[in-house]
Design a protein around this ligand. Structure first.
Ligand code: APR
Ligand code: PHB
Length: 409
């Protein structure tokens, strides 16, 4: 909010402002903003996406790639699923490993016939951008000083700079799809929002390796040395994660240490499970649960990571962003078709109901599978009891499968 006041006083008087007009101004070309733009385009509603980074940067971010069926259907409605339909993998189960003892969870059986689709988020972003630009949708990359304004009025604007021009984008609504560090949430007066947050005492070290998949399904491993996850970017790459300390740096993780640790946490009973390959990316991700309430202020609507974060265990971040977009795109379409603001008014409440259930699931999976502090021996015993219960109870497995494959919209 303060940024906005500062910007207003500094920038307005010095340069001539160009004016542009659209129906829904979208800030952020991540999966949330791009999918919203695609769905609105298909309904004949005009949008402009303003994105701070360049196209290459946006198309190269490596993130989780496990899709619920609802997400796949939405990408179909967004006409961006052609490559996904031919290249993605259908997974009907996951494996849970406890100190090397592996147990397959039959997702299809326990969810009543559902599955997940494995297709990298990077590929989804590439597909959405390609289709949208080909069909004439407008994405302005490298837009700087993007600033939503006047959203408490009926005439919101987004001010931005691009190629040296200062432009005012006039719109009916603003969609804040600009991720956790974006400008939209922080432009709303803090007194109008409530935040809920949990930070975890561990992080994930993630690697992308040119190594053939050692297993056809994802392996979530709880080990006395800490959590590990085996995932994949078919057909040739493995995506692997290790629980690590929050203050760790990449210097602590030379390739050899990573492979040893992966072999130990994911292996034991299958010592040759992990196949090494060239590591082409390495990074540390902190673990956070975060929710903003409400997700609307005036004519500014927040969606995706701009409004909430989940820890990555269970791969719900992208799916949650897309379920927000399902509700938000329906609400905009209903408004432009009938003039009714009913769905727009209930957007935040409707979306938050599903968000909190997914937050609960991500928190539960994270807490159960990660090693807690050595000093918290009670917590560590409870986690083991939770895992033991899960793997021995059809009711618990059904709950895992129902949530993992995605709650209904
Ligand atoms: N102006 C314009 N664009 C911005 C600004 C800004 N001030 N701030 C951020 N952005 C852009 C970012 O560069 C990014 O491209 O907004 C986009 C937000 O995209 P994401 O972070 O991918 O967020 P979202 O679309 O909600 O997707 C959620 O991404 O982080 C994962 O786990 C998460 O999978 C989930 C998905
Ligand atoms: C990934 O493929 O990056 C991935 C998969 C499953 C998760 C998290 C990340 O739970």
């Amino acid at each position: 909010f303060q940024n906005f006041q500062y910007f207003k006083s500094i920038n307005f008087r010095v340069r001539k402002m160009k004016v542009k007009r659209t129906q829904v101004g979208i800030i952020g070309a991540g999966p949330a903003g791009l999918t919203l733009a695609r769905l609105l385009f298909e309904s004949g509603i005009s949008t402009v996406i303003l994105e701070a980074k360049d196209r290459e940067y946006v198309e190269n971010r490596v993130r989780a790639g496990v899709l619920e069926q609802g997400s796949v259907e939405l990408l179909g409605r967004a006409k961006s699923d052609a490559r996904l339909q031919s290249n993605a993998q259908i997974h009907k189960g996951i494996e849970i490993s406890l100190n090397g003892d592996r147990c397959r969870v039959n997702l299809e059986k326990f969810s009543g016939g559902k599955h997940v689709t494995v297709y990298g988020q990077t590929e989804i972003t590439i597909d959405l951008i390609e289709v949208h630009t080909k069909l004439g949708g407008e994405i302005i990359f490298e837009a700087s000083n993007v600033m939503p304004r006047d959203f408490e009025t009926k005439t919101p604007v987004i001010q931005y700079e691009s190629n040296g021009d200062l432009t005012e984008l006039q719109c009916d609504f603003i969609a804040g799809c600009d991720g956790f560090h974006g400008i939209c949430r922080s432009s709303i007066p803090p007194s109008k929002l409530k935040f809920f947050e949990r930070l975890y005492p561990y992080s994930w070290l993630g690697i992308l390796a040119e190594a053939p998949p050692p297993s056809k399904e994802l392996i979530y491993a709880s080990h006395e040395r800490g959590f590990a996850l085996y995932s994949m970017r078919p057909p040739t790459r493995s995506r692997l994660y290790l629980q690590c300390e929050n203050n760790t740096t990449l210097d602590n993780w030379p390739d050899e240490v990573i492979w040893n640790e992966l072999r130990c946490r994911l292996g034991v009973k299958d010592a040759n499970l992990i196949q090494e390959g060239e590591i082409i990316e390495k990074g540390v991700t902190p673990m956070r649960s975060f929710v903003t309430e409400p997700m609307q202020y005036g004519n500014l609507f927040l969606a995706g990571d701009a409004a909430h974060i989940v820890p990555p265990t269970g791969a719900k971040g992208l799916n949650l962003a897309l379920s927000d977009i399902f509700y938000l795109s329906n609400a905009f379409t209903s408004f432009y078709d009938t003039g009714s603001t009913k769905e727009l008014k209930s957007y935040s409440k409707t979306a938050l109901s599903r968000i909190w259930k997914t937050e609960r699931f991500s928190w539960w999976m994270t807490s159960m599978l990660h090693k807690a502090s050595e000093t918290d021996n009670f917590e560590n015993r409870i986690r083991l009891a939770e895992l033991d219960y899960l793997l021995s109870s059809e009711a618990a497995l059904s709950s895992l499968a129902e949530n993992y494959t995605g709650l209904p919209y």
